[in-house]
Design a protein around this ligand. Structure first.
Ligand SMILES: Cc1ncc(COP(=O)(O)O)c(C=O)c1O
Length: 408
C-alpha cells in the first residue's frame, strides 16, 4: 500500500513522453495487421529493398558458423570488418580512415543513437533539415538535446540552402545532420550543393557534421554521390561519416551499420555500446565483410531497377487529381505534395484536413499504406516507398489515383 502522502508513480520514465514510435514502423505494422485479417493491402510504407541478400553473403555466413565465429567479438566490430570498412571508404569515397577511427553497431540506427548519446548535453542543439528521417529528432530529444528544424521546401528540390543553415547555427549548435540521398524526399546533394553548405560550416568550428550516407548507392540519372569530409577536407576532424549495409546490399535484417570519425568520438561511442548491446552479431559482421569485399556489380543493376520504379511512381502520382510529385535524385522514396486534396471530402463524407487524414483514407478506402508527411516534419505531403515490385507499385499507384478521383 502507498504511504498516504505518496501518489503512485508511473513505472515509465518521463523521457519516454518526449519520443514517439517510429511512424514508418507504425504504418507498416498497421498494414501487416490488416493483411493478417485478410485485407488486400499494398504497403508502400516500408523502408527496405524488396531484393534478397546476395548469395555470396549468405554463403559466407554458413562458412563463418562452420568456423564457429559465434562468440562475442570486440565491442564495436572485428578488426577484419573494420579493415573492410576502411577499404570501402577509400575505394568508394576517397576517404582515409584507420581501423581505430571506425565503429560498427547494430544497424546505422544504433551508430546514430550512440553518437547522439555520447555527445549531447542538455540544451545542445542539433540542426535537422526537414523533411527528415524521424529518428534524428527523437534521438536528439532522448539525449536531452534540442532539435532545430530547418525547412527545405519543394521549390528548392527539398535541399537545404546555405543561408538557412547559417541562420540556424547558434553558439549552442553541436551537430549539423545531413542525409543525402534523403529519406523521405529522395533529394541528393551534388558536390556543388554540398560545397555551399560546407563553406558555411567552415566558418563555425564548433559545429560537428553527422552525415548519414545510408542511401549512397541509390542515385539515378547520372547523379554522383558526395560526402562532406571529402568535399571539404577541413571538416574531416569534426565529421562522423555514417553508412551501413542495410540498403545497398539488401541486408536490413542483419543489422550492421558503421561510421568513421575522430578517435575521441569513436572511443566514446564504443564505451556507450559496451554498456548496452556490446558487439553486433558476430555472424552478421562476417556477412558484412563479404558484402563489402565481394562483388559489387549488382548494386548498380538494382539501382537501375529502382530508377525505373521511381519514374513510374512520379508519373502516376502526377496523374492523380490533387497530387503533385517532385522527381527526386535518389533513395527509394518519393514525397508527393497533397495540398490539392486537403479540404475535400471522402465518399462517406469525412473531410480530409491533414496529410494524416489522407494517409488513413488511402489505407481504409483502397488498402494502400503510405506515411504522412507530418511524421517527417513537412506537411501536406506523404512518403511513398517504391522498394516493391513494379506490379505492386503500379497497382498501388492506380489505387491512389482512384482514391483521389473519388474525393469531392
Ligand atoms: C536515413 C536513414 N538512416 C539510417 C537508417 C538506419 O538503417 P539501419 O539501422 O538499418 O542500418 C535508415 C533506415 O531506414 C534511414 O532511412
Amino acid at each position: 500500500m502507498n504511504a498516504p502522502d505518496m501518489k503512485p508513480r508511473s513505472i515509465i520514465a518521463a523521457r519516454m513522453a518526449r519520443i514517439k514510435q517510429s511512424p514508418s514502423n507504425a504504418a507498416n505494422q498497421r498494414a501487416t495487421e490488416l493483411k493478417a485479417q485478410g485485407r488486400d493491402i499494398i504497403s508502400l510504407a516500408i523502408g527496405e529493398p524488396d531484393f534478397f541478400t546476395p548469395d555470396n553473403v549468405k554463403q559466407s555466413v554458413i562458412e563463418a558458423m562452420a568456423r564457429n565465429q559465434t562468440r562475442y567479438t570486440t565491442v564495436d566490430g572485428t578488426m577484419e570488418l573494420k579493415k573492410a570498412i576502411c577499404a570501402k571508404f577509400k575505394r568508394e569515397n576517397g576517404l582515409d580512415y584507420a581501423p581505430e577511427q571506425i565503429t560498427v553497431g547494430t544497424g546505422g540506427k544504433q551508430v546514430i543513437f550512440n553518437a547522439m548519446m555520447a555527445t549531447l548535453d542538455p540544451g545542445d542543439e542539433v540542426i535537422v533539415p526537414a523533411p527528415h528521417w524521424v529518428s534524428y529528432t527523437d534521438m536528439t530529444l532522448l539525449g536531452e538535446g534540442t532539435p532545430v528544424l530547418v525547412p527545405c521546401p519543394e521549390s528548392k528540390g527539398f535541399k537545404l540552402q546555405p543561408e538557412d543553415l547559417e541562420r540556424a547555427i547558434t553558439p549552442k549548435t553541436k551537430w549539423f545532420t545531413l542525409n543525402s540521398p534523403c529519406n523521405p524526399s529522395g533529394a541528393a546533394y551534388s558536390r556543388d550543393d554540398l560545397k555551399k553548405l560546407t563553406d558555411v560550416l567552415v566558418r563555425h568550428p564548433h559545429v560537428w557534421v553527422m552525415t548519414d550516407d545510408m542511401y549512397e548507392h541509390l542515385l539515378y540519372d547520372g547523379h554522383r554521390f558526395a560526402t562532406p569530409a571529402v568535399v571539404e577536407p577541413r571538416l574531416y576532424d569534426r565529421t562522423l561519416t555514417i553508412n551501413g549495409v542495410s540498403k545497398a546490399y539488401a541486408m536490413t535484417g542483419w543489422r550492421i551499420g558503421y561510421a568513421g570519425g575522430p578517435v575521441e568520438l569513436i572511443k566514446a561511442m564504443r564505451k556507450l555500446q559496451s554498456q548496452s548491446t556490446s558487439n553486433p552479431s558476430s555472424i552478421s559482421q562476417a556477412a558484412a565483410v563479404e558484402a563489402l569485399n565481394g562483388p559489387q556489380h549488382f548494386i548498380a543493376e538494382r539501382a537501375a531497377i529502382f530508377a525505373q520504379r521511381r519514374d513510374v511512381a512520379v508519373e502516376m502520382l502526377n496523374a492523380a487529381p490533387g497530387l503533385r510529385c517532385h522527381k527526386p535524385e535518389g533513395a527509394f522514396y518519393v514525397f508527393p505534395n497533397c495540398a490539392g486534396v486537403i479540404g475535400k471530402r471522402t465518399p462517406d463524407g469525412k473531410e480530409i484536413r491533414t496529410d494524416g487524414d489522407f494517409a488513413l483514407y488511402l489505407l481504409e478506402s483502397v488498402g494502400v499504406a503510405v506515411v504522412h508527411g507530418e511524421a517527417y516534419s513537412m506537411s501536406p505531403y506523404f512518403r511513398v516507398s517504391y522498394a516493391t515490385s513494379m506490379e505492386q507499385l503500379k497497382e498501388g499507384m492506380s489505387r491512389i489515383q482512384r482514391a483521389c478521383a473519388a474525393l469531392k
